[in-house]
Design a protein around this ligand. Structure first.
Ligand SMILES: [Zn+2]
Length: 182
């Protein structure tokens, strides 16, 4: 089973806008991108579960029953005080195995090449400023993708231009890894 979620939730019980930059809220962008990926998964006939916009991330993580055949991905946008900071990053758990790392690497390479932005590589949650992430405690292949910087206008315009293409590629990667382990 594929699990795809928006990293922040604009309409939940506890409204969480995420980062804000260039007049955009991270939550709106992650919900939009999740929807684009879900559309592609539907088109491909893939089995998936996604978060819904009336629950918090914590409620979603509690609701889903992941196992060894699960592929779990969450979308975020990065932010920095310096508007020149650019690129995409993938995060994996501190217990990541070869499949988690290959999945994350493929995602970040796809985002860098499709958006034509810097590949900031794959980080372990321990090396990220976020510390331990609830998402990483789920079972199966798990990663988090920071698509680009919401604080960088050219990252955002690349996202606007290529988001459909990126969503199709991300859906294809999800399906590939689900086929690999199920
Ligand atoms: Zn975020």
């Amino acid at each position: 089973m594929i699990y795809a979620s928006a990293g922040h939730n604009p309409g939940g019980l506890k409204t969480d806008p995420g980062a804000i930059g260039n007049g955009k809220r991270e939550a709106d962008l992650t919900v939009e991108f999740r929807n684009l990926v879900v559309e592609q998964l539907k088109k491909s006939g893939a089995r998936y579960i996604s978060d819904n916009d009336s629950e918090t991330l914590g409620q979603y993580l509690k609701r889903i029953q992941t196992g060894s055949g699960s592929v779990v991905l969450e979308f975020h946008f990065d932010a920095a005080a310096n508007s020149a900071a650019t690129g995409c990053t993938a995060l994996v758990g501190s217990d990541a195995d070869a499949n988690d790392k290959a999945f994350a690497k493929e995602l970040v390479e796809a985002a860098a090449s499709i958006l034509q932005i810097k590949n900031r590589g794959m980080l372990s949650e321990a090396d990220s400023h976020r510390g331990r992430l609830g998402l990483m405690r789920e079972s199966g292949i798990v990663a988090l993708l920071e698509i680009c910087f919401i604080s960088n206008p050219s990252d955002l315009s690349a996202y606007e231009k290529y988001k459909n293409y990126l969503a199709a590629k991300v859906a294809a990667i999800l399906i590939k890894y689900e086929n690999l382990i199920s």
